[in-house]
Ligand binder design. Structure first.
Ligand code: BES
Ligand code: MN
Ligand code: ZN
Length: 481
C-alpha cells in the first residue's frame, strides 16, 4: 500500500473514497451528513459506516462517514480503529484508492500516525493460501490534514514504518508450522536485517551446546527441526552506551506439548507460539528505520516442541546456561525453558534492561481474557516505562504480581527449580520462573497468550495474528531517555 499525504483543500483531493470521521452529537455535519443525521440515519456511533456516492463539490467519488463515537473520547486508539474499519469496509467493496480527512478537532501528529497504522493493519490478509478470487490489497491511502501542521509528514511516515513492521510480525505468526520452521524464521530475520541495515547472527546447536544452553536444547531434542537462537543487533551512530535494551521473544514454531502432549482440540492454533519472537523481529525492523539513541538487541530462541523419540521426558533434569538445574515436570511448559537460556545469554551479551514477550500460559487468558497482556516485572521503573509506552500505543497491558513468596510454588525435590508451579497462579509462576534467570537485571515479561491472536475478526482487524506488542516495543526504544 502506498501511503501519501496531500495538503490540498479537501474538495480537491481525488480518491475512490474519502473517509470522514463523524461524532456523536456533532452540530456541524459535513458532506451531506446533515440530512442523514436529521433523518436519524447516522448518529456518529463508534465505527458506524455510511457510504455516500457523488458527494457534491468534492473531487472524491465517494465519501465514507465513519463514526468516531463522542468527540471527547476520540483518542488515537479510536482513530486507528476507525481508519481500520473504514479501510476494511472499502476494501471489501473493491475500492483501493482511499483518502482520510483528519477532522479539525483532532488534527495533530498522533492522529495522523494512528490512521495510517489503522489502514495498513486493516490491509493485512491472513488468507494468503486461499486460491481463486481473493481480495486485492489497497493501493493508495492518502492522509489529508484539516489544516497543515508541523510534523505531519514525519508522523505519517512513522505510522507507516511501525504498522509495516507490525504486519511483518503478523505475517510470520500466521505462517503454518510446516511452512515456517526455526531455520525459516532465521532466514526471515537475516533477510530483514540485510534490507534494513541490522546485524544478524544465528546460533546453531553446536554453539548452544558450547554455551551450555541445555534448557533450550532439551526442548528442541524432540523434533527433527534444528533449533536456532537468532540475534539481531541495532547500534546507534552515537549516543547512550550505558543502556543496552534486550528484546527476548519466544519462538516455538509449533507447540504440541511434547511428551506432555496437548489435546487435539484447538491444537492447530499452536502455530502462533512464536508470536513473541515474531514481534521482536518486527520491532527491530521499525527500530532500524527510526534509529533510537540506545543500542537494542533482539534474541529469539526458536524451536519446535515435538514428542519425537528423542524428546525430553517428564522428570528429566537439565542444567540451564546460568548453572541452575531444572526438573522438567511438564514438557508443555517449554517456553520458559527456552527463554531461561535466552535471558541469560542476553545478559551475558551486555544487556542492561530486558523485555521478553511470550505466548507463555493459558492461565493469563483465564486471568485477563483477550484484552490485556499480562505484565510482570522485577523493577518498578522498568515496569512503568513499558506501561507508559503501551498506553500511548493502545496495546493494553495489566501489571501482575511477582512477590518472592511465589518461589515456593516452583520447588523441586531433585533440582533447583521445577518448570511448573502446580494448579494455581499459572501465569505468575511461569513469570517467576523467568525471573530466576533475569536475576537482578531490570526486566519486564509480557505474557501475550491472550492478545497475540484474534479468534474472531473485528471491523478493524482480520481474524488471526494481532502483531502485539510491536508498537509498544518500538516506542519503548525510541522514547528511551
Ligand atoms: N504455548 C503454551 C501457552 C498457550 C496456551 C498459548 C494457550 C496460547 C494459548 C505454553 O507453552 C503452554 O503449553 N503452557 C502450559 C503451561 C502448563 C503446562 C504449566 C499451559 O498454559 O497450559
Ligand atoms: Mn507448551
Ligand atoms: Zn508454548
Amino acid at each position: 500500500m502506498l501511503i501519501s499525504t496531500n495538503r490540498s483543500p479537501l474538495d480537491q483531493v481525488p480518491a475512490e473514497a474519502l473517509i470522514v470521521p463523524t461524532f456523536e452529537g456533532d452540530k456541524e455535519k459535513r458532506f451531506g451528513a446533515a440530512d442523514l443525521a436529521e433523518a436519524g440515519e447516522i448518529a456518529g456511533k463508534p465505527l458506524e459506516i455510511t457510504l455516500l456516492h457523488h458527494p457534491a463539490g468534492l473531487a472524491a467519488r465517494r465519501v465514507l462517514l465513519a463514526g468516531g463515537g463522542p468527540a471527547a473520547k476520540y483518542d488515537a486508539a479510536m482513530a486507528r480503529k476507525l481508519a481500520g474499519a473504514a479501510a476494511r469496509f472499502l476494501k471489501s467493496k473493491s475500492l483501493r484508492n482511499l483518502a482520510f480527512a483528519l477532522d479539525p478537532a483532532h488534527n495533530n501528529p498522533d492522529y495522523a500516525r494512528a490512521v495510517v497504522e489503522g489502514a495498513i493493519l486493516a490491509d493485512f490478509d491472513p488468507a494468503r493460501y486461499q486460491t481463486g478470487d481473493t481480495q486485492k490489497p489497497i493501493e493508495t491511502f492518502t492522509v489529508v490534514p484539516a489544516t497543515p501542521f508541523a510534523g505531519f509528514e514525519e508522523a505519517v511516515d512513522r505510522g507507516r514504518i511501525v504498522a509495516e513492521a507490525q504486519n511483518f510480525a503478523r505475517q510470520l505468526v500466521n505462517e503454518p508450522a510446516n511452512r515456517l520452521v526455526p531455520l525459516g524464521i532465521a532466514d526471515s530475520a537475516r533477510q530483514m536485517s540485510r534490507e534494513f541495515g541490522l546485524e544478524c547472527e544465528v546460533l546453531e546447536r553446536p554453539q548452544m551446546k558450547d554455551l551450555g544452553m541445555n534448557a533450550l536444547l532439551g526442548v528442541a531434542q524432540g523434533s527433527d527441526e534444528p533449533p536456532v537462537l537468532i540475534v539481531i543487533r541495532y547500534r546507534p551512530a552515537a549516543g547512550a552506551r550505558d543502556v543496552h535494551l534486550g528484546l527476548v521473544g519466544k519462538g516455538v514454531t509449533f507447540d504440541t506439548g511434547g511428551i506432555s502432549i496437548k489435546p487435539a482440540e484447538g491444537m492447530e492454533k499452536m502455530k502462533y507460539d512464536m508470536a513473541g519472537g515474531a514481534s521482536m523481529i518486527g520491532a527491530m525492523q521499525a527500530i532500524a528505520q527510526l534509529k533510537p539513541s540506545i543500542p537494542v538487541t533482539a534474541f529469539i530462541p526458536c524451536v519446535e516442541n515435538m514428542p519425537g523419540s528423542r524428546a525430553q521426558r517428564p522428570g528429566d533434569i537439565v542444567a540451564a546456561m546460568s548453572g541452575k538445574t531444572i526438573e522438567v515436570i511438564n514438557t508443555d511448559a517449554e517456553g520458559r525453558l527456552i527463554l531461561a537460556d535466552a535471558l541469560v545469554y542476553a545478559r551475558r551479551q551486555g544487556c542492561t534492561h530486558l523485555v521478553d514477550a511470550a505466548t507463555l500460559t493459558g492461565a493469563i487468558v483465564v486471568a485477563l481474557g483477550h484484552l490485556h497482556a499480562g505484565l510482570f516485572s522485577n523493577d518498578n521503573a522498568m515496569r512503568d516505562r513499558v506501561l507508559t509506552s503501551s498506553k500511548a500505543e493502545g496495546e493494553r497491558m495489566w501489571p501482575m504480581p511477582l512477590d518472592d513468596d511465589y518461589k515456593d510454588y516452583l520447588k523441586s525435590a531433585f533440582a533447583d527449580l521445577a518448570n511448573v508451579g502446580g494448579r494455581w497462579g499459572g501465569a505468575v509462576t511461569a513469570a517467576y520462573f523467568l525471573k530466576e534467570f533475569a536475576e537482578e537485571t531490570p526486566w519486564v515479561h509480557l505474557d501475550i497468550a491472550g492478545t497475540a491472536w484474534l479468534d474472531d475478526e473485528k471491523p478493524h482487524m482480520a481474524k488471526g495474528p494481532t502483531g502485539l506488542p510491536v508498537r509498544t516495543l518500538v516506542r519503548l526504544a525510541t522514547d528511551w531517555k
